[in-house]
Design a protein around this ligand. Structure first.
Ligand code: AMP
Length: 218
C-alpha cells in the first residue's frame, strides 16, 4: 500500500502505521522518528531540527523535502509505504506530488484520522516513547504501560516522555497542526483521494483502512 496518514499529534498515526506495516510489509516512514534519530546522532540535520522540534514547531520544508526525497527512493519503499507525519504543510504536499510524479509512484489513499481534542490531549500527556532511535515503540501509562522497570518490552531500552510532550509544547504543536496541517485535509479532499476515519480504536481504524483500500482496487 502507498498511503498518507494525516491527523493531529496524538491521533494515533504511529500506532496505525505500525499495525498496517505488520500486516502487509509496507514500510512505515515517520518523519518524526527519522528526525528524532538524527537529533540523537547529533547529525547536521539533527542539530538544525532540534530547536524547532523542542518547542513543537515545524522543521523547515526544505530540510524535510531533502530528507524525504532520499528516504522515498530507498529500496524498502518499493513494496509500499505509509507516510506518518508527512506532508504537514501545503508546500510539502505540493513538493511531494512533484516527487511522486518524478518517481512514477501513485498513491492509493490519503487517510485522515479524526480524533476529538480531549482524547488527543489526554493521549499526549500520558504517552511515553522508547528512547532507542531504532525502536521508538509507543507506550501509554494508562492503556499500554512499559515494563515495571520502565523499560521497553520490545528492546529493553528506557521508555521516556518526549521533550516536546510538555504541556506547553503539546498546546503549541496542536496550534501548529490547526494552522499549517489542517489545510491539507481540503487539499486532498479536492483531489478526491481523502477518506476520514473517526474511530478512536487503532485496530478498528486499521480494519476500515484495509477495507477502503480493497474497495479502491476494484
Ligand atoms: P511527530 O513525531 O510526527 O509528532 O513529529 C515530531 C516533531 O518533528 C514535530 O513536532 C516537528 O517539529 C517535526 N516534524 C515531523 N514531521 C515533520 C514534517 N513533515 N514537517 C516539519 N516538521 C516535522
Amino acid at each position: 500500500m502507498k498511503i498518507i496518514l494525516l491527523g493531529a499529534p496524538g491521533a494515533g498515526k504511529g500506532t496505525v502505521a505500525k499495525l498496517l506495516s505488520d500486516d502487509d510489509g509496507s514500510v512505515q516512514v515517520s518523519t518524526g522518528d527519522i528526525l528524532r534519530a538524527e537529533v540523537k546522532a547529533r547529525s547536521p540535520l539533527g542539530k538544525e531540527a532540534k530547536s524547532y522540534m523542542d518547542r513543537g514547531d515545524l522543521v523547515p520544508d526544505a530540510l524535510i523535502m531533502k530528507m524525504m526525497e532520499e528516504r522515498l527512493q530507498k529500496p524498502d519503499c518499493r513494496k509500499g509505504f505509509i507516510l506518518d507525519g508527512f506532508p504537514r504543510t501545503i508546500t510539502q504536499a505540493e513538493e511531494l506530488q512533484k516527487l511522486l510524479k518524478k518517481l512514477k509512484i501513485r498513491l492509493d489513499l490519503v487517510v485522515n484520522l479524526d480524533v476529538p481534542r480531549d482524547v488527543i490531549l489526554d493521549r499526549l500527556s500520558t504517552r511515553r516513547t522508547c528512547a532507542n532511535p531504532g525502536c521508538q515503540e509507543i507506550y501509554n501509562i494508562k492503556s499500554k504501560p512499559p515494563t515495571a522497570e520502565g523499560k521497553c518490552a520490545k528492546c529493553g531500552s528506557p521508555v521516556v516522555q518526549r521533550e516536546d510532550e510538555t504541556e506547553e509544547a503539546i498546546l503549541f504543536r496542536l496550534d501548529t497542526y490547526n494552522q499549517k496541517t489542517v489545510p491539507l485535509i481540503g487539499y486532498y479532499d479536492k483531489e478526491g483521494r481523502l477518506r476520514n476515519f473517526s474511530s478512536i480504536s487503532s485496530q478498528q481504524t486499521v480494519e476500515e483502512i484495509k477495507k477502503a483500500l480493497k474497495s479502491g482496487q476494484r
